[in-house]
Design a protein around this ligand. Structure first.
Ligand code: ASP
Ligand code: MG
Length: 413
């Protein structure tokens, strides 16, 4: 019998009533002839609540990482028990397991552990006996028996890992939206739910701020060839299937989606000398402080001095500014300037590989709306621009409509 792994996120299991609905969905899949392995998140915003309790204690989160994992992993333990009981009430044999109980073995990097191995023996025995195993998401155990977690949003990764080791037919991620959209439906009215998308595109969209899937789960699924589907636990629509490009029979759209994030800030070191080693001197201390740098631009020097600009997450802006002010002194730069009211918008599509002109059309659309582009970066399947945050929604709408993304059969570019 084919195995389907079904993962239900926090909003899908927010109450006992929700959990009953989830149980019915599981039973439906079983009636369709599949063995089901279930992964759940903590109920609703429970993980946030637990996290704020830890903040209240006000002890160094760095020192307390092992304890944070003990705390945060407990949310999922509540859900697995309630769901298993609900399934049993409905006449279906079920059994709950924490990550440690089925031996999801990880390294000891608390709060961001990586999976090394998963023991399938208990799961296989349950499946063979017709029992539904219900597994707590985003957690495992290290070689010493310590509880570890994979970082916020990590339950998707648990589901994908189980699907990989069990060679499941599909890994289904149930959430509160219909699937993966061409862009955020809260911002663009015509946003459309995609039927299919490639792993590569999904990875770009997931890392660029489309919150439906955890980026790590997407790369994991891609690496182990796990067909991944995002679908709603609130209705019966088929959702979005994420697969390899080769497996996709459909004609590739040029653009699959527009992702954006407001979580951005940019910093410029003005008037730095155009000599070797400058980029390292500027970015070294920034990365030493564990601040992630995204786009980087350095101008060609006109008069032996140049400007060096890069973006960071908005919450790192203050710290990065402080570091740069010191660096600027050390390297004798003129000044440090910055802007934390910026946003990044990206257009993603594998079809870009075979179509020229996407970038110029994108820039033209933004120009027509008088939106100034502050920075540009591209990859083979993505064009990202940094713009002022206040124009973000306007830009998203204008591009969605110019590239005709509301229309399924759109071939425009
Ligand atoms: N409950 C955890 C979180 O909220 C893990 C997850 O839901 O994926 O981050
Ligand atoms: Mg959650």
């Amino acid at each position: 019998m084919s195995i389907v792994v079904q993962k239900f996120g926090g909003t899908s299991v927010a109450s006992v009533t929700h959990i009953e609905r989830v149980a019915s969905r599981i039973l439906k899949t079983r009636r369709e002839g599949h063995s089901v392995v279930v992964v759940v998140s903590a109920m609703g915003d429970e993980t946030d609540r637990l996290d704020s309790l830890a903040q209240e204690v006000d002890y160094s989160q760095q020192e307390a990482r092992r304890e944070i994992d003990v705390l945060l992993s407990s949310g999922e333990q509540v859900t697995i028990s309630l769901l298993s009981m609900t399934l049993m009430k409905m006449g279906c044999r079920a059994k709950s397991y924490t990550g440690g109980q089925i031996r999801i073995l990880t390294d000891s990097a608390f709060t961001r552990a990586r999976i090394h191995d998963v023991d399938t023996s208990k799961l296989r025995a349950d499946i063979d006996a017709g029992v539904v195993p219900v597994i707590a998401g985003f957690q495992g155990v290290d070689s010493e028996g310590n509880i570890t977690t994979f970082g916020r949003g990590g339950s998707d990764t648990t589901a994908v890992a189980l699907a990989a080791v069990l060679e499941a037919e599909e890994c289904q991620i149930f959430t509160d939206v219909k699937g993966v959209y061409t862009t955020d439906p809260k911002v663009v009215e015509g946003a459309r739910c995609l039927e299919k998308i490639t792993f590569e595109e999904m990875l770009e969209l997931a890392s660029l701020g489309s919150g439906v899937l955890h980026p790590r789960a997407v790369s994991f699924a891609s690496k182990y060839h796990v067909p991944l589907r995002v679908l709603s636990s609130f209705n019966d629509s088929p959702g979005t299937l994420i697969t390899n490009e080769e497996n996709s029979t459909m004609e590739q759209a040029i653009i699959s989606g527009i992702a954006f994030t407001r979580d951005e800030a940019k910093l410029t070191v003005v008037g730095v000398k155009d000599i070797p080693g400058i980029a390292f001197k500027i970015l070294g201390p920034v990365s030493d402080a564990n601040i992630e740098v995204d786009m980087i631009v350095q101008n060609v020097a006109a008069d032996k001095s140049t400007d060096f600009t890069f973006t960071v997450r908005r919450h790192d802006y203050a710290q990065a500014t402080k570091i740069l002010k010191k660096v600027a002194k050390d390297i004798d730069a003129r000044e440090v300037s910055g802007d934390n009211k910026i946003a990044k918008l990206s257009m993603v599509g594998v079809g870009m590989r075979s179509h020229a002109g996407v970038a110029s059309k994108m820039f033209q659309v933004l120009a027509d709306e008088s939106i100034n582009i502050l920075m540009i970066s591209t990859s083979e399947i993505r064009i990202s621009v940094v713009i002022s945050e206040k124009y973000l929604e306007l830009a998203a709408r204008a591009l969605h409509s110019a590239f005709d993304l509301a229309n399924e059969n759109s071939e425009l570019a």
